[in-house]
Design a protein around this ligand. Structure first.
Ligand SMILES: Nc1ncnc2c1ncn2[C@@H]1O[C@H](COP(=O)(O)OP(=O)(O)OP(=O)(O)O)[C@@H](O)[C@H]1O
Ligand SMILES: Cc1ncc(CO)c(N)n1
Length: 272
């Protein structure tokens, strides 16, 4: 059999941590890229020992190793879009920011606090993120708690999500999406978009499940995949939101805690 080599496949890069449980991080990102028929490449920042119950250990890679992985990909293959996830420490954040000019589109998921409110990176790393990486982002996707840290506001209402998005936009990214997975009641699953000129409320259906591990990684990877395909920023974000909602509808009841979303199960829908 001869191979039909594809030469125009879009390429995306994830710069993120490994999740041994396979629900978030690099594992979620690569599945999301593949679902979108985008070739996925990766630069691993840290290795977490993690399952549906939580993280028990984190080992960071040297910043030089992260840079080498990025340069290996950009120097040969090239990428149309990149996303960052768990960058863990100041050195890695500064090193990634220095490479950002190689990415035509950069989705920054500012992983700082888990949805349960636990701080995942230290204060020096948060300062580096604010000063060096956020201004370079095409879009920034904080969850409720990250948006509270970045805006300095308490967020419990839609108006507060909107005000936070406006404040966070001042860090310099093209657009901001404040995610509502951690909101209560009818706001759970409602996201707020702001690009300096327009504001949109993105409303999918609220999915009644506790298996939501990796929703944030999946959303930012899906935005990157859609940007790599060539969609404009708002359309890419809207499509990514629809994908997360569908994948949540096929979430996986694995382990004893929060299971992951079902990245490939929307295929069942595609097949009818
Ligand atoms: N129960 C739900 N129903 C519908 N949409 C949801 C639900 N939970 C999260 N989402 C959506 O998932 C996306 C990710 O948002 P979320 O606030 O969960 O991010 P996160 O806290 O960064 O995720 P993670 O659990 O990966 O850390 C958003 O579009 C959000 O609206
Ligand atoms: C590796 C990794 N990245 C991101 C998150 C946030 O969901 C996580 N739990 N683990």
């Amino acid at each position: 059999m001869t191979s039909t080599s594809l030469s125009s496949i879009p390429v995306a890069l994830t710069i993120a941590g490994s999740d041994s449980g396979g629900g978030a991080g690099i594992q979620a990102d690569l599945r999301t890229f593949a679902f979108h028929l985008v070739h996925g490449t990766s630069a691993i920042t840290c290795v977490t020992a993690q399952n549906t119950l939580g993280v028990t250990r984190v080992d960071a890679l040297p910043a030089e190793s992260v840079v080498a992985q990025i340069q290996a990909v950009t120097g040969d293959i090239g990428v149309q879009a990149a996303k960052t996830g768990m960058l863990l420490n100041r050195d890695i954040i500064l090193a990634v920011a220095e490479q950002a000019s190689c990415f035509p589109n950069l989705v920054v998921d500012p992983v700082m606090v888990s949805r349960t409110g636990v701080q995942l990176i230290d204060d020096a790393a948060i300062a580096a993120l604010k000063a060096k990486l956020l201004p370079l982002a095409t879009i920034l996707t904080p969850n409720r708690y990250e948006a509270q840290i970045l805006s300095g506001l308490d967020i419990s209402t839609l108006e507060e999500m909107q005000r936070a998005a406006q404040r966070i936009h001042q860090f310099g990214s093209k657009a901001v999406l404040v995610k509502g997975g951690g909101m209560a009641g009818a706001l759970r699953g409602v996201d707020v978009w702001f690009d300096g000129a327009h504001e949109h409320t993105l409303t999918g259906q609220t999915v009644d499940t506790s298996n939501t591990h990796g929703t944030g990684c999946t959303l930012s990877a899906a935005i990157a995949a859609n940007l790599a395909i060539g969609k404009d920023l708002l359309t890419a974000t809207q499509h990514a939101k629809e994908y997360v909602t569908t994948a949540l509808g096929y979430s996986l009841n694995l382990g004893n805690g929060q299971g992951p979303v079902g990245h490939f199960f929307p295929l069942l829908q595609r097949q009818g």
